[in-house]
Write a protein that binds this ligand. Structure first.
Ligand code: NAD
Ligand code: ZN
Length: 357
């Protein structure tokens, strides 16, 4: 088990990372001073897999646990579902001191986090992420939100958890496609911040893919540290934190242009490589570095292009997203692996060239 510290304006907190940690949850929560009643928010799939081991650990430490379920799926990140949860919390006599535990992937984390931030003006939140994406990205940094209308994450706030309990053993039941979604964010973090993590992923890809316990723990710890460091510097996303959007400018456009048939991680992989190619065309990113990036993406099982993607649809999605101003786009570009810069000078023409070619 390893621990990563996160600094935040509302108090520092710890991320506990390792296989089998669900069984120690009761102990960790006692240590941070919780007692009595707790509410777990989860979905039926995750509950079936991990609800019992969590409940046993909590009961073993003397907690009274109430579990609230929401159906699986991104569409549950809504004000409607939040409203239903407020109602159920009221019925369960949840009070201002009753902690909410978010057990699941990023959808549960964002939704339960949003509910924790707003119910009774805020109750303690504990993130228990069970997807790779949630473990290395969404459970850290306090962004909580629901979607509204066509817009993603547009109703939300910053609300830091009191602790994050990351059981890397839960990754063993993830679909390969979901696992790869998270792997794309690992590669992203490495490219923006940590050349050594990139080398670690390069050298250990087969162990990562075969879900070796120690390798997974090491990878999640290193990636969580990066996110912790970046959000510790820029909690409110006013500057530095935006580098975590590397690969996402094009990624989001591809996701929506493909009607979400392309997953988030797949789209981000294509976006990361496109940004690499742009940087290379601009004479900044070395050819060797670009090739390394491409190789890792391919060997991770992520795509580098989508054959039947219509360029107009992507450009249209970016316009809609207000990412294009006067034919120019804002891009996070790699200078080398481990370092990025922000450019406002990328033309939509150059983007088209790298996506098509
Ligand atoms: N708050 C942030 O900073 C932040 C950052 C990135 C993404 N997000 C959000 O995260 C969400 C995506 O999260 P996600 O990729 O975790 O998707 P998800 O929460 O939908 O989980 C993916 C699927 O895996 C299932 N699942 C979860 N844990 C499992 C396990 N251990 N074994 C088997 N199946 C399991 C889920 O039930 C779901 O079907 C999006 O809504 C996105 O906006 C938030
Ligand atoms: Zn992402």
């Amino acid at each position: 088990m390893k621990t990563v510290e996160v600094r935040s304006g509302s108090g520092d907190y710890r991320i506990h990372i390792g296989p089998g940690l669900l069984e120690q949850t009761g102990q960790w929560l006692t240590e941070i001073g919780f007692s009595g009643k707790l509410v777990v928010i989860t979905n039926p799939l995750v509950r079936k897999l991990y609800g019992d081991s969590l409940a046993q650990s909590l009961e073993g430490s003397g907690f009274e646990t109430i579990t609230l379920e929401v159906p699986d799926g991104e569409e549950q990140k809504s004000l409607d579902t939040a409203g239903r949860l407020y109602h159920e919390l009221t019925i369960a006599y949840a009070e201002r001191t009753t902690p909410i535990l978010a057990l699941g992937g990023g959808v549960i984390g964002d939704l339960a986090g949003f509910v924790a931030a707003t119910y009774q003006r805020g109750v303690p939140l504990v993130q228990i992420p069970t997807t790779l994406l949630a473990q290395v990205d969404s459970s850290i940094g306090g962004k909580v939100a629901v979607n509204h209308g066509q817009l993603k994450n547009n109703i939300g706030t910053f609300y830091q958890p009191r602790a994050v309990i990351t059981d890397t053993g839960t990754l063993k039941t993830l679909d390969r496609r979901e696992f790869n979604n998270g792997l794309a964010e690992v590669i992203k973090s490495a490219v923006v911040w940590d050349r050594e993590l990139f080398a670690f992923v390069e050298q250990n890809l087969s162990k990562i893919k075969s879900l070796d316990n120690d390798t997974l723990e090491e990878m999640v710890v290193r990636t969580a540290k990066i996110k912790a460091e970046i959000v510790g510097e820029d909690e409110r996303d006013l500057g530095l934190r935006s580098i975590l959007n590397y690969g996402h400018t094009v990624g989001h456009a591809i996701e929506s242009a493909s009607d979400f048939k392309t997953t988030h991680g797949e789209a981000v992989a294509i976006g990361m490589l496109a940004a690499g190619k742009i940087s290379n065309r601009l004479g900044i990113l070395d050819r060797n570095e670009l090739e390394k990036l491409q190789t890792v993406i391919v060997e991770a099982g992520l795509p580098t292009a989508i054959p039947d993607l219509k360029m107009e649809k992507i450009v249209e999605a970016m316009r809609h997203d207000k990412k294009i101003f006067h034919g120019k786009l804002r891009f996070i570009l790699p200078r080398m692996i481990g370092e990025v810069f922000i450019s406002d000078e990328v033309s939509s023409h150059l983007l088209e060239e790298v996506l098509v070619g």
